[in-house]
Design a protein around this ligand. Structure first.
Ligand SMILES: [Zn+2]
Length: 482
């Protein structure tokens, strides 16, 4: 994965510093093994307490003193493990920012953790790492990565891959929807001449012929509905929803987008959401009159009664219910999904209902399990425009000894899986498991798996299907610079 990052950095003439706390340079080693990396690499492996770290910080005594002293973050509710993890988060975040600023590189990656087997803090028996990435404006992304084993080589690769993923988010940037420009016709026309175009056909996206990623065209295809998506580093992006006359390699956005780089996933999802809504809202819901697209494709207006219609998103809840001991997670199997695929429970929020009540109701309706009062906690959200949902993610706890009563209209089965089963399943990454052929091949490659769960994919700013590794929903959002 570092190959891609290194070539992206080199092509942009950007530089990178790598800082590591004490684990022997795993990310530096990965980076340096890539041809051409000397053009982007300007860091060094340093340990908390070495003099060399002070040199790299240009002999800034105060900064050096601050970074070599481990900060223990703890409150009464924290056990030792979370205090340890939090202290690593703190250090790697601060170190990434400080080294990026001091060394003067465009990006810095800091890593803190344990690859095992030599170093095993109590309660963290297998490899774990916190990766932080900063740019010149501050912290861009941070992620806690947990491994299921203590194989040093494999863990080094795992952590380096995670660092490469976070770096690509920092490099590619994020989409600014530029909502205030949607009615500025002159500006939009100028942007169209220099823009990039993402092509969708309803809920399918045009894939590039070479690598199967999201195609970006330099000119808009004729005869399509054009929509302004926004700016990425001042470069304008549009989507065009084409009809069947336009041929090309179209793939299902729902299964493909989760596997795309973060920015491409965002573009594909936004384009799909708008195309689907535009196709479904041609007629006014108030008077039945025809509507026109306005504001660069992001609103409709009724020709007859003047009603303004905005794209809608229907809220759905998705929840991982844990046993009170934290050892089991309740997952369901939909008859629509390939064999062995299990997911967190989900359902639509009803009219006039709170999200919390929807969580309790859906879990009980689908599995018969009553969740603990007051245990429903918000975790994050993600757009899910298939056709027009937004997934709102929660955790909850329940007594796992109560009887399961699965509603056959909703689920084929529901089961409490132990941590090992979910962890093993989570090791299968970057695969479109909802595709029956892909699921079939996973079952053959990993005959011991007790369940298959949807992948997190490399899209750090989207929470596709909700990742349930270690029963912690991984919610990572890119922080706005500055
Ligand atoms: Zn109307």
């Amino acid at each position: 994965m570092f190959n891609k990052v290194v070539s992206r950095l080199a092509s942009l003439s950007k530089t990178l510093t790598v800082v590591e706390s004490s684990c022997g340079g795993l990310i530096s080693a990965s980076l340096m093994s890539v041809p051409g990396s000397s053009r982007v690499y300007r860091g060094g492996t340093v340990a908390y307490d070495t003099k060399r770290a002070k040199k790299l910080l240009l002999d800034d005594d105060e900064l050096h003193a601050r970074l070599i002293k481990p900060v223990v973050i703890s409150d009464d509710n924290d056990d030792e493990v979370s205090a340890y993890v939090n202290s690593k988060k703190h250090w790697s975040g601060e170190a990434a920012k400080a080294y990026c600023a001091k060394v003067g590189t465009d990006y810095a990656v800091a890593e803190a953790g344990a690859t095992g087997p030599t170093f095993r803090p109590e309660g963290l028996e297998t490899g774990f790492s916190v990766i932080s990435v900063a740019d010149r404006n501050g912290l861009v992304a941070q992620r806690v990565v947990r491994s299921t084993h203590n194989d040093r080589e494999r863990n080094m690769r795992l952590f380096a891959d995670a660092a490469a993923t976070l770096l690509s988010i920092a490099i590619d940037g994020r989409l600014d929807r530029a909502t205030k420009s949607r009615d500025d016709r002159a500006q939009l026309e100028a942007w169209e001449r220099e823009g990039s175009f993402v092509v969708v056909k309803g809920n399918k996206m045009l894939a590039s012929e070479d690598d199967g990623g999201l195609a970006r065209l330099a000119a808009a295809p004729p005869n399509g509905t054009k929509t302004f998506l926004g700016l990425v580093d001042d470069k304008p992006y549009f989507s065009v929803d084409v009809d069947d006359a336009f041929s090309g390699k179209f793939v299902d956005t729902r299964t493909r987008a989760p596997l795309l780089p973060a920015l491409d996933a965002t573009l594909a999802i936004q384009a799909t959401a708008l195309a689907t809504w535009q196709r479904r809202s041609a007629w006014c819901a108030s008077c039945g009159g025809p509507t026109d697209l306005v504001s660069a494709g992001t609103r409709r207006e009724c020709r007859n009664c003047g009603a303004v219609v905005f794209p809608r998103q229907d809220p759905s809840i998705i929840v991982v219910v844990e046993s009170r001991c934290g050892c089991y997670a309740l997952l369901g199997r939909s008859p629509r999904h390939p064999p062995l695929v299990h997911t967190a429970l989900a359902g639509f929020v009803e009219a006039g209902e709170t999200f919390e009540d929807a969580v309790s109701r859906e879990v009980e309706e689908e599995t018969g399990v009553v969740v603990d009062a007051g245990s429903v906690a918000y975790l994050g959200s993600q757009p899910w425009p298939f056709p027009q949902s937004v997934m709102v993610a929660f955790s909850a706890t329940a007594d796992h000894t109560q009887p399961l009563q699965v509603d056959p209209a909703e689920l084929e089965a529901a089961r409490w899986f132990d941590r090992d089963a979910v962890r093993e399943a989570a090791r299968v990454t970057d695969a479109a498991v909802m595709d029956p052929k892909v699921a079939d091949s996973i079952r053959h490659q990993h005959p011991d798996l007790r369940c298959i769960i949807p992948p997190q994919g490399p899209s750090e700013n989207l929470l596709f299907y909700v990742q349930i590794e270690n029963y912690e929903l991984t919610v990572t959002t890119r922080q706005r610079p500055g």
